[in-house]
Design a protein around this ligand. Structure first.
Ligand code: UDP
Ligand code: MG
Length: 133
């Protein structure tokens, strides 16, 4: 089954939105086949976001994502990647459609509450990163 990776980011964990976000995952009929809570090390974060290494926001992103615990989940359904991206909304919460998780819970373009894989390929790679088979 197609897989995508969810991360409930530190701002949303701190603001006690874990329950709301997981409820939404289930309401959207995405099956949770892996779930854990952990505090990413700088090494893990830099590897996970390696594709953004040259971007101006990289350092801030790494500091943010390692600033507190996160909840990581592997979500599965047909078309999981596109479906989950639709549920979370655009990167910038100000531009996310009403009712999307980032519109509901995101603070700004950095602290945007949740992660979702951006392609079927990356859904596999990112799922393996946290849940090696
Ligand atoms: N990000 C940021 N500033 C930006 C763009 C992105 O801090 O201008 C952060 C934000 O937390 C985002 C993550 O970097 O979720 C990864 O960026 P990407 O462009 O992959 O956005 P996403 O796929 O998460 O929507
Ligand atoms: Mg991305």
């Amino acid at each position: 089954m197609e897989k995508t990776l969810m991360i409930i980011k530190p701002d949303a964990v701190k603001a006690r939105h874990i329950g709301h976000i997981i409820s939404r995952v289930e309401a959207e009929h995405l099956e949770i086949t892996g779930l854990c809570c952990l505090h990413l090390t700088r090494e893990q974060a830099e590897e996970f976001y390696a594709i953004h290494r040259e971007r101006p926001f990289f350092e801030g992103l790494i500091r943010y994502i390692t600033s507190g615990p996160v909840v990581v989940g592997r979500l599965e359904c047909e078309g999981a990647v596109e479906h989950w991206r639709k549920v979370i909304g655009a990167t910038d919460p100000k531009k996310s459609a009403p009712g999307t998780l980032r519109a509901l819970y995101g603070i700004d373009i950095e602290r945007n509450a949740v992660h979702g894989s951006d392609s079927v390929e990356n859904g596999i790679v990112e799922s393996r990163f946290f849940f090696p088979e």
